[in-house]
Ligand binder design. Structure first.
Ligand code: BES
Ligand code: MN
Ligand code: ZN
Length: 457
């Protein structure tokens, strides 16, 4: 994992002035030489623009940073990735100090497992006023999710996803149980088995438990498809190219679990990760197969590329059995969610209006955007099957993200609240706080909701 670009020193750093257009002329601290230098360089607070300001001897004396409209505090990530090695501090920060600091941390991420990056890093001297531990937990969780997604499937299959969860469990003294391979049949997880059995790396359900049994039960469920070929309904090359990220839901729930445990939130946490590779072999499941499920309903397979909802169905059924207060699932479930809302705004689905309002509120406050979409009951009829209790895909292909969520809802009955996030888990074009690659989506917002609900401090 990349080092978080945070300075251990408390001493002097090069001051960074964050400026909106027009602010420089009126600035009280910056002198006329600096203003003239800015003008000569056509710096006027344009978003993401960085201007290095030398002193009379050519030494770097300060940095001017354009923040545009000033509405995105995470924009400071551009500084961490572009400034030369050295110690820096925010001189005067017109934006949210917590999120500007987090933006810096997140922007310093580089995936360097296979290609070493030799350039030194710019380090930030943290402002004194902020909750440093909370920011570090958020940044470390984000880095973990990004790393897990970025590692390609030749080095990250169900086996390594299990290893990553076991490693985290050891750090927090959590318990892990795994049902693997043919035991999935014996222990009644037939859909996880069917989807994963064509892979040489055996399918499995990973079940982590942590915390005091008397605390409210919070259960996270993450889609862990280590690679999605589409199965026999094979994807064209262009659609398969990014499918190492199809364990993005698992990566995000693992990262959220880490945040919860690191903060010692008083909940009884359960993390369920069904993990498989959706592969092709003679024993692969087929379109038109009819699968049994843990829930007891029969499921007609319309398309082997809609595999995520099948493994989640069995995992959600297990999670639901102990009536958790809250069950949250995250999955890179449909291309349709991206058609509806694009890559940066994951939809979430829940029937709990109060929870929905909290999620929307915290998502906005955390700059971790999420958007509610409807579990629209009339569309349940699109999942009708002539030969089984349900078909797992909709006929006609309308409302793909909604019908996937409705399919999942068939497996959740007893949980007091359930929310499903259909995430993309990937940044297709670099942002100041995130390079192209795997991304954490929604976990900072969700953590904030859980902390508000369950923290006793
Ligand atoms: N993992 C994909 C969904 C996906 C595709 C997420 C691209 C993000 C980007 C999922 O398993 C899938 O293939 N879904 C199909 C469902 C269809 C066959 C009903 C889809 O969305 O096309
Ligand atoms: Mn698929
Ligand atoms: Zn998939």
């Amino acid at each position: 994992m990349t080092e978080l670009a945070v300075s251990k020193s408390r001493g002097n750093g090069i001051p960074i002035y964050c400026l909106e257009p027009g602010q420089l002329a009126r600035h009280k601290v910056l002198n006329q030489t600096c203003k003239t230098w800015a003008k000569a360089n056509q710096f006027n607070g344009q978003a993401e623009k960085i201007l290095m300001v030398p002193d009379g001897k050519g030494q770097l004396s300060s940095v001017l940073f354009g923040i545009g409209e000033g509405d995105e505090p995470l924009i400071t990530g551009a500084l961490a990735s572009r400034l030369p090695k050295g110690n820096y501090k925010f001189a005067d920060n017109p934006m949210n100090p917590e999120l500007s600091t987090l933006g810096w941390m997140l922007g310093s991420y580089r995936f360097a497992n296979y290609k070493k990056n030799s350039s030194g890093i710019a380090e930030l001297i943290l402002p004194g006023s902020i909750d440093k531990a909370s920011l570090l937990r958020q940044a470390e969780a984000t880095f973990l999710a990004r790393d897990l997604i970025n590692i390609p499937a030749n080095d990250l299959g169900p086996t390594q996803i299990e290893q990553a969860i076991r490693k985290m469990a050891r750090a927090f003294k959590a318990k892990v149980a795994v049902v693997k391979g043919d035991d999935l049949i014996k222990k009644n997880f037939p859909m996880i088995h069917a989807v994963g059995r064509a892979s040489v790396d055996a399918p499995r359900l990973i079940d982590l438990k942590w915390g005091n049994a008397k605390h409210p039960k919070v259960t996270l469920v993450g889609k862990g498809v280590s690679f999605d070929t589409g199965g026999l309904n094979i994807k064209p090359g262009s659609s398969m190219a990014l499918m190492k990220k199809d364990m993005g839901g698992a990566a995000n729930t693992i990262a959220l679990a880490q945040m919860i445990m690191a903060a010692n939130l008083p909940v009884r946490l359960r993390l369920l990760v069904p993990t498989v590779e959706n592969s092709i072999a003679g024993n692969a499941f087929r379109p038109s197969d009819i699968l049994p499920s843990r829930k007891g309903i029969s499921v007609e397979i319309g398309n082997t590329d809609a595999e995520g909802r099948l493994i989640l169905g069995d995992a959600l059924t297990l999670g639901d059995e102990e009536k958790p207060e809250m069950m949250i699932d995250m999955a890179t479930l449909t291309g349709a969610a991206r058609v509806a809302l694009g890559p940066d705004l994951p939809p979430f689905y829940t029937d709990d209006d109060a929870l929905s309002d909290e999620i929307s509120k915290h998502a906005e406050a955390c700059h971790d955007p999420l958007w509610r979409m409807p579990l629209w009951p009339p569309y349940q009829k699109m999942l009708r099957s002539k030969v089984a209790d349900v078909n797992h895909i909709s006929t006609g292909g309308f409302a793909g993200s909604i019908t996937a969520a409705l399919f999942l809802s068939r497996f959740v009955e007893k949980a007091q609240s359930w929310v499903h996030l259909d995430i993309f888990g990937w940044v297709p074009a670099a942002k100041p706080w995130a390079p192209v690659g795997g991304e954490a989506q929604g976990i900072r917002a969700l953590y904030s909701v859980l902390e508000k609900r369950y923290s006793t401090d």
